[in-house]
Design a protein around this ligand. Structure first.
Ligand code: CA2
Length: 147
Protein backbone atom coordinates (compact mmCIF):
# COMPACT_ATOMS: atom_id res chain seq x y z
CA UNK A 1 0.00 0.00 0.00
CA UNK A 2 1.38 3.44 -0.93
CA UNK A 3 1.88 6.07 1.80
CA UNK A 4 1.45 9.83 1.81
CA UNK A 5 2.75 11.99 4.65
CA UNK A 6 1.04 15.33 5.34
CA UNK A 7 3.19 17.82 7.27
CA UNK A 8 1.92 21.08 8.72
CA UNK A 9 4.20 23.71 10.19
CA UNK A 10 3.95 26.26 12.99
CA UNK A 11 0.64 27.72 14.16
CA UNK A 12 -1.45 25.63 11.79
CA UNK A 13 -2.76 23.85 14.90
CA UNK A 14 -4.60 27.16 15.52
CA UNK A 15 -6.60 26.94 12.27
CA UNK A 16 -10.28 27.70 12.63
CA UNK A 17 -9.65 29.41 15.98
CA UNK A 18 -8.00 32.67 14.86
CA UNK A 19 -7.83 34.84 11.70
CA UNK A 20 -10.69 33.09 9.83
CA UNK A 21 -10.69 35.96 7.30
CA UNK A 22 -7.27 34.77 6.10
CA UNK A 23 -7.26 31.04 6.86
CA UNK A 24 -10.95 30.09 6.93
CA UNK A 25 -13.11 28.33 9.52
CA UNK A 26 -11.98 24.75 9.13
CA UNK A 27 -9.68 23.32 11.79
CA UNK A 28 -6.61 21.23 11.09
CA UNK A 29 -8.55 18.23 12.45
CA UNK A 30 -11.26 18.88 9.80
CA UNK A 31 -8.63 18.97 7.06
CA UNK A 32 -6.99 15.75 8.21
CA UNK A 33 -10.29 13.92 8.61
CA UNK A 34 -11.22 14.88 5.01
CA UNK A 35 -7.85 13.53 3.85
CA UNK A 36 -8.36 10.28 5.80
CA UNK A 37 -11.63 9.76 3.86
CA UNK A 38 -9.83 10.45 0.56
CA UNK A 39 -7.00 8.10 1.54
CA UNK A 40 -9.58 5.34 2.12
CA UNK A 41 -11.04 5.92 -1.36
CA UNK A 42 -7.59 5.68 -2.95
CA UNK A 43 -6.45 2.84 -0.70
CA UNK A 44 -3.50 4.89 0.51
CA UNK A 45 -1.96 4.98 3.97
CA UNK A 46 -1.99 8.52 5.38
CA UNK A 47 0.51 9.75 7.94
CA UNK A 48 -0.03 13.19 9.42
CA UNK A 49 2.29 15.39 11.43
CA UNK A 50 2.09 18.94 12.77
CA UNK A 51 4.79 20.72 14.72
CA UNK A 52 5.69 24.21 15.77
CA UNK A 53 9.39 23.23 15.99
CA UNK A 54 11.73 23.27 13.01
CA UNK A 55 13.93 20.40 14.25
CA UNK A 56 10.90 18.15 14.78
CA UNK A 57 9.83 18.69 11.18
CA UNK A 58 13.37 17.92 9.98
CA UNK A 59 13.36 14.71 12.06
CA UNK A 60 9.90 13.67 10.77
CA UNK A 61 11.12 14.10 7.21
CA UNK A 62 14.16 11.90 7.96
CA UNK A 63 11.82 9.27 9.44
CA UNK A 64 9.82 9.29 6.19
CA UNK A 65 12.71 7.37 4.60
CA UNK A 66 12.35 4.55 7.17
CA UNK A 67 8.55 4.28 7.00
CA UNK A 68 8.63 4.08 3.19
CA UNK A 69 6.70 7.27 2.56
CA UNK A 70 6.09 7.62 -1.18
CA UNK A 71 4.94 11.23 -1.29
CA UNK A 72 4.87 14.26 1.00
CA UNK A 73 2.36 17.11 1.13
CA UNK A 74 3.77 19.98 3.16
CA UNK A 75 2.54 23.34 4.34
CA UNK A 76 5.71 24.62 6.01
CA UNK A 77 3.80 27.74 7.21
CA UNK A 78 6.21 30.48 8.34
CA UNK A 79 9.18 28.14 7.75
CA UNK A 80 8.36 28.48 4.04
CA UNK A 81 10.15 31.79 4.10
CA UNK A 82 13.02 30.97 6.46
CA UNK A 83 14.01 27.32 6.64
CA UNK A 84 17.06 26.09 4.77
CA UNK A 85 17.09 23.19 7.28
CA UNK A 86 13.67 21.83 6.19
CA UNK A 87 14.53 22.42 2.54
CA UNK A 88 17.76 20.43 2.99
CA UNK A 89 15.88 17.61 4.74
CA UNK A 90 13.45 17.30 1.81
CA UNK A 91 16.30 17.36 -0.69
CA UNK A 92 18.15 14.69 1.33
CA UNK A 93 15.31 12.18 1.53
CA UNK A 94 14.49 12.77 -2.13
CA UNK A 95 10.77 11.98 -1.72
CA UNK A 96 8.55 13.92 -4.16
CA UNK A 97 6.48 16.60 -2.49
CA UNK A 98 3.77 19.17 -3.10
CA UNK A 99 3.87 22.51 -1.27
CA UNK A 100 0.48 23.79 -0.10
CA UNK A 101 -0.55 27.18 1.26
CA UNK A 102 -4.02 28.13 2.36
CA UNK A 103 -3.54 31.76 1.42
CA UNK A 104 -2.09 33.17 -1.78
CA UNK A 105 1.36 34.08 -0.44
CA UNK A 106 1.99 36.18 -3.57
CA UNK A 107 -0.91 38.50 -2.73
CA UNK A 108 0.41 39.12 0.78
CA UNK A 109 3.42 40.89 2.32
CA UNK A 110 6.57 40.77 0.19
CA UNK A 111 8.44 38.67 2.78
CA UNK A 112 5.97 35.85 2.02
CA UNK A 113 6.68 35.90 -1.71
CA UNK A 114 9.83 33.81 -1.50
CA UNK A 115 9.65 30.11 -0.67
CA UNK A 116 12.64 27.90 0.12
CA UNK A 117 10.63 24.94 -1.21
CA UNK A 118 8.97 25.82 -4.48
CA UNK A 119 11.93 25.11 -6.75
CA UNK A 120 12.23 21.56 -5.33
CA UNK A 121 8.49 20.84 -5.22
CA UNK A 122 6.66 18.74 -7.82
CA UNK A 123 3.85 21.27 -7.53
CA UNK A 124 2.76 24.29 -5.53
CA UNK A 125 -0.83 25.19 -4.55
CA UNK A 126 -1.58 28.54 -2.90
CA UNK A 127 -4.70 30.54 -2.22
CA UNK A 128 -7.34 27.84 -2.54
CA UNK A 129 -7.90 27.40 1.18
CA UNK A 130 -8.35 23.91 2.57
CA UNK A 131 -9.32 22.63 -0.88
CA UNK A 132 -5.62 22.92 -1.72
CA UNK A 133 -4.84 19.95 0.53
CA UNK A 134 -7.45 17.78 -1.18
CA UNK A 135 -6.20 18.78 -4.64
CA UNK A 136 -2.62 18.04 -3.58
CA UNK A 137 -3.68 14.66 -2.18
CA UNK A 138 -5.50 13.72 -5.40
CA UNK A 139 -2.54 14.80 -7.52
CA UNK A 140 -0.13 12.77 -5.36
CA UNK A 141 -2.42 9.72 -5.30
CA UNK A 142 -2.82 9.79 -9.08
CA UNK A 143 0.95 10.07 -9.58
CA UNK A 144 1.42 7.06 -7.30
CA UNK A 145 -1.21 5.08 -9.24
CA UNK A 146 0.65 5.84 -12.49
CA UNK A 147 4.03 4.72 -11.14
O1 CA2 B 1 -1.12 30.38 3.70
C1 CA2 B 1 -0.51 29.50 4.30
O2 CA2 B 1 -0.89 28.34 4.36
C2 CA2 B 1 0.76 29.87 5.08
O3 CA2 B 1 1.69 28.80 4.94
C3 CA2 B 1 0.33 30.04 6.52
C4 CA2 B 1 1.44 30.54 7.43
C5 CA2 B 1 2.12 31.78 6.84
O4 CA2 B 1 3.23 32.15 7.65
C6 CA2 B 1 2.58 31.56 5.41
O5 CA2 B 1 3.15 32.76 4.93
C7 CA2 B 1 1.42 31.14 4.54
C8 CA2 B 1 0.88 30.92 8.81
C9 CA2 B 1 0.15 29.83 9.49
C10 CA2 B 1 -0.52 30.43 10.70
O6 CA2 B 1 -1.73 29.77 10.90
C11 CA2 B 1 -2.63 30.37 11.71
C12 CA2 B 1 -3.87 29.79 11.74
C13 CA2 B 1 -4.85 30.34 12.51
C14 CA2 B 1 -4.59 31.45 13.25
C15 CA2 B 1 -3.35 32.02 13.22
C16 CA2 B 1 -2.37 31.48 12.45
Amino acid sequence: MASILVINGPNLNMLGRREPEIYGHETLEDIISGLIDLADEYNIRLFDFQSNAEHEIVERIHKAMDDDTDYIIINPAAFTHTSVAIRDALATVDIPFIEVHLSNIHKRESFRHHSYFSDLAEGVIAGLGTKGYRLAFEAAAEKLEES
